[in-house]
Ligand binder design. Structure first.
Ligand code: PLP
Length: 474
């Protein structure tokens, strides 16, 4: 493909993308296929001779589209949102064209510098304490990670390194292996599975803290476990709090947990993967109160801030905690402006901050706030519909864009309802478990979801529920 053909095909692709997104509602939101469907549709080997672009695009509709779960359909209400906007897609195109590998300042100064400045902009939108903002007198700053899982893992490994060094400084006769076997980390029983996985990767013992009736961790619950563990000779060193848990969007009480973590010399990481975007709205910002006690904080603009995957924003209060934990300096990475390098470097990094820059400038803070508010209002609308129907119940407080609900009745009944919803392919939801009960999660996801989709979804759910209840023995 030469530049002339690229110009032509590029324009066609933009049209294809716009058509896809404009007409996505007409496609079944969830595919109707069996695993392994794709293998039989394409050759077993890569082609020896070049094929035409037309053939490839024909196969996109024939092979790929039937196997897509359409995350950007206004009838998609599963998991949490995957952000998408045209400015972010255009920025991604430019990122592909520049194609730099931003592992150091020298490898592409704009890539390193824009990332730091964009994370400052974003941090200021969230009113993060100054200590987290790179362009101030503090020692902190932000970086873009691929996912919240990576941010959690990095914070855990940095905390592990810091704890080992601290113990060695006071007790030089002990060994690293001995300290490692005594380190203990904590997280909510409602935390995302990626937190537990980080502990597995980091070879760290992790204990799950029980939650209150709102599914939030409170200070006394963590304190009790920490005291027990210290009495047993263990070394508590890390707590991962969640703001906006995956099952029900619950909020750990960081205002009371923070001082405990600080007092016990435990690193507090805050995982706000989904909810973090909402903190740009002053009315939701109080949910982040207590951030001043945290050592690191992360949320995913790629979930709810109109920045396409992947873009996970992470801030630390002390850059040196991370630099100290992971520093490597082979000769081929040395250059004369090394102090301007990023403080986390999984070496190869894409120019992801372009997406933030385009989105922030084309929406403005006001546009982004309007997006969050609209989606929260849609969740409230759905909640009202559920509350008005006596056959259903709401299972957790609706704070942001997630509604947890169920039919009053057994878990089996609710499981069957969900199976029928999924089979209908008209809308897509996933379940969760709350207090041993099977619960349906209705998350407002697509940027284009409107009130009519909420009303339509509710009509569909109640129709299926009606049929199901009719079949039940009286
Ligand atoms: N933490 C929470 C609270 C989440 O809800 C999720 C995903 O939904 C994650 C972490 C994992 O996010 P990621 O896919 O960015 O690792």
């Amino acid at each position: 493909m030469d530049a002339a053909e690229f110009r032509r095909r590029g324009k066609e692709m933009v049209d294809y993308v716009a058509d896809y997104l404009e007409n996505i509602e007409q496609r079944p939101v969830y595919p109707d296929l069996e695993p392994g469907y794709l293998r039989s549709l394409i050759p077993t080997e890569a082609p020896l001779e070049p094929e035409s672009y037309e053939e490839i695009m024909h196969d996109v509709e024939r092979v790929i589209m039937p196997g897509i779960t359409h995350w950007h359909s206004p009838n998609f209400f599963a998991y949490f949102p995957a952000a998408s906007s045209y400015p972010a897609m255009l920025a991604d195109m430019l990122c592909g064209a520049i194609g730099c590998i931003g592992f150091s300042w020298a490898a592409s100064p704009a890539c390193t510098e824009l990332e730091t400045v964009m994370l400052d902009w974003l941090g200021k939108m969230l009113h993060l304490p100054e200590s987290f903002i790179a362009g101030t007198h503090g020692h902190g700053g932000g970086v873009i990670q691929g996912t919240a899982s990576e941010a959690t893992l990095i914070s855990l490994l940095a905390a592990r390194c810091k704890a080992i060094r601290r113990v060695l400084a006071t007790d030089p006769k002990t060994s690293e292996a001995d300290i490692l076997s005594k380190l203990v980390a904590y997280t909510s029983e409602q935390a995302h599975s990626s937190v537990e996985r980080a502990a597995l990767i980091g070879a760290i013992m992790m204990r799950k803290v029980p939650t209150d009736e709102d599914y939030s961790v409170r200070e006394e619950m963590l304190r009790k476990m920490v005291e027990e563990d210290k009495a047993a000779g263990l070394i508590p060193f890390y707590f991962c709090a969640t703001l906006g848990t995956t099952p029900s969007c619950a909020f750990d009480r960081i205002m009371e947990l923070g001082p405990l973590c600080n007092k016990e010399n435990m690193w507090m990481h805050i995982d706000a993967a989904y909810a973090g975007s909402a903190f740009i709205c002053p009315e939701f910002r109080p949910l982040l109160n207590g951030i001043e006690y945290a050592d690191s904080f992360n949320f995913n603009p790629h979930k709810w801030l109109l920045v396409n995957f992947d873009c996970s924003a992470m801030w630390v209060k002390e850059r040196t905690d991370i630099i100290g934990a992971f520093k490597m300096e082979p000769l081929y990475l040395k250059h004369e402006n090394q102090e301007s390098d990023h403080f986390i470097s999984p070496l190869g990094r894409r120019f992801r901050s372009l997406k933030l820059w385009f989105v922030f400038r084309m929406y403005g803070l006001k546009g982004l706030q309007a997006h969050i508010r609209k989606q929260v209002a849609l969740a409230k609308e759905f909640e009202s519909l559920v509350r008005a129907d006596k056959r259903f119940e709401i299972c957790a407080e609706v704070v942001l864009g997630l509604v947890c609900f169920r039919l009053k009745g057994s878990n089996d009944l609710n499981q069957t309802l969900l199976k029928r919803i999924t089979k209908s392919r008209e809308l897509h939801l996933v379940p969760c478990q709350l207090s041993g009960r099977f619960v349906l999660r209705f998350a407002i996801c697509a940027r284009t979801t409107e009130s009519r989709h909420i009303q339509q979804a509710w009509r569909h759910i109640t129709q299926l529920a009606f049929e199901l209840l009719q079949e039940q023995p009286h």
